[in-house]
Design a binder for this molecule. Structure first.
Ligand code: SF4
Length: 293
């Protein structure tokens, strides 16, 4: 039976120990988390005024990378696949004019800032977004510093996207799987080997080994921290410690950029995986029907 434990968790990071799930399935979830779980981000910008020293391309790049709260938006707006035809640009690079067929594909945003005679720092919180449920994850991301007389005005379009298209839509900064170590230690009887074992435990880079004088063996405090670097096997007396990886237990970890909660990321990833499998089953059944006449 599938069994999951939380190994480590804070607001934006989680490590899960997963048992009885094959590694390729966990790896599929990891890839879906990185590349396919949707979020919202600024997609296109039309500049009206910019006499600042920064090129518009640089400002647009910065705006696109501001992480936006997406938990509600990804269920509320239409998917990029449904809206594909609304993403095109005209010959001058301006975004396509939105018709009724593009309703629910975009959310408008704008910025109008200026400095009369002082120096003004413009932050992510200054972006005005039409949907109050979409806002920057952090209010204090600097966008630009305006000098006296500088003005910056633009309209922007926010839309749902996926990490496979651009990393600004990926909901995670990192996602991975790790092997879990199975560590076995044996009682050491030889005096010289005991002295060596007392010292060799210090090679562990994650500090999970110590020597138990009473038991006369190496002891392990937390096998889930083991990186399987094998330094202990090289340095400790032969036969005193052995390391293998478990075939039935793996760690899945990921760090949210803050666009989606950890729970939403996992929910959306598993939904997408199930949809893919359903689609695969349908296609196979169709082919079987066709081939059997
Ligand atoms: S394999 Fe590396 S991380 Fe694991 S216990 Fe040995 S030294 Fe420590």
């Amino acid at each position: 039976m599938i069994d999951v434990d939380v190994l480590e968790r804070d607001k934006n990071y989680i490590e899960l120990v997963v048992r009885n799930v094959p590694l390729p399935i966990l790896n599929a979830i990891r890839r879906i988390i990185q590349l396919e779980v949707p979020t919202v981000a600024v997609d296109s910008i039309i500049f009206y005024e910019n006499n600042t020293p920064l090129y518009e391309e640089i400002i647009a790049h910065r705006i696109g990378l501001i992480p936006l709260k997406s938990d509600v938006a990804v269920r509320k707006y239409r998917s990029p696949e449904e809206c594909r035809k609304c993403f095109s640009s005209d010959e001058e690079g301006y975004p396509a004019v939105i018709g009724t067929e593009c309703e629910g594909c975009f959310v408008g945003a704008r910025l109008k800032v200026y400095s009369d005679d002082g120096v003004v720092t413009v932050y992510s919180k200054d972006l005005i977004i039409d949907d109050p449920e979409i806002k920057p994850v952090y209010d204090n991301i600097p966008i630009i510093i305006l000098g006296p007389g500088h003005r910056l005005t633009f309209d922007a379009r926010i839309r749902i996207g996926r990490g496979i298209e651009h990393s600004k839509w990926s909901p995670v900064s990192v996602a991975g799987t790790k092997y879990v170590a199975v560590i076995k230690t044996s009682r050491i009887r030889d005096r010289e080997a005991i002295e060596k074992a007392k010292k060799c435990v210090n090679v562990c880079p994650v500090d999970i080994l110590s020597f138990d004088e009473k038991e006369s063996r190496i002891v392990v405090s937390n096998r889930y921290k083991c990186t399987l670097c094998m330094q202990c096997v090289k340095e400790c007396p032969p036969g005193s410690i052995s390391i293998e990886h478990d075939d039935n237990e793996y760690i899945l970890f990921f760090e949210s950029t803050g666009q989606l909660s950890l729970r939403s990321i996992l929910d959306l990833a598993t939904e997408l995986l199930i949809n893919k499998l359903d689609e695969l089953i349908k296609q196979v059944e169709k082919e079987v029907e066709v081939s059997s006449g």
